[in-house]
Write a protein that binds this ligand. Structure first.
Ligand code: SF4
Ligand code: SF4
Length: 171
């Protein structure tokens, strides 16, 4: 996802994260697609659901900026992409990087599958609570986000709002 003027917080300064389904991330951000995600979405829903930029593909946004796949179902926001949800959406509000791009490397470092990663959260997410990480957050949730980013965790549990919601990331 891409947006300017955001502040990134290293994961060790976060107590825990829960998605409250506010839908903000699906209204305020553009979703970048890799080629394979773009191909799957366009073959399933048509090319009109995506936008091609200079060197990247994006999900089409409505006039008010909302992702065209966001649905409001009885007051709850739902992602209608479900099991073909782009990786950028699965990982949000976290950024999993190979370098400590946003500083504070000691607080951002996370070792996963023999790799040293640097994980930050976008403070625009209303589901973040700050403070010393709980055991669940540091041992399960962050690990799952790292594994998704590395490409070996196809199913979401702790990184989604509802573990029984058709594999949805959140909502
Ligand atoms: S991930 Fe954060 S911003 Fe997005 S819907 Fe959940 S609580 Fe809201
Ligand atoms: S989670 Fe779904 S509705 Fe939200 S931005 Fe991603 S694709 Fe769109």
């Amino acid at each position: 996802m891409a947006k300017s003027s955001v502040q990134f917080v290293p994961w060790r300064q976060i107590s825990f994260w829960r998605c409250y389904g506010c839908g903000r991330c699906c209204r305020d951000y553009s979703v970048v697609l890799n080629f394979s995600e773009w191909l799957t979405i366009t073959q399933t829903f048509g090319a009109q659901t995506t936008v091609t930029g200079m060197d990247r593909f994006f999900i089409k946004r409505l006039a008010d900026g909302t992702c065209s796949f966001l649905c409001n179902h009885a007051g709850n926001y739902l992602c209608s992409l479900q099991n073909m949800k782009p990786n950028a959406c699965k990982i949000w509000p976290f950024k999993v990087l190979a370098e400590p791009k946003y500083g504070q490397p000691n607080d951002a470092a996370f070792d996963c599958a023999g790799k040293r990663l640097y994980i930050y959260a976008d403070s625009n997410c209303s589901g973040l609570r700050y403070g010393p990480p709980t055991w669940e957050f540091s041992s399960i949730t962050v690990k799952e986000f790292a594994a998704i980013a590395l490409g070996f965790c196809p199913t979401q549990h702790s990184s989604t709002r509802n573990s029984n919601s058709y594999g949805a990331r959140r909502f």
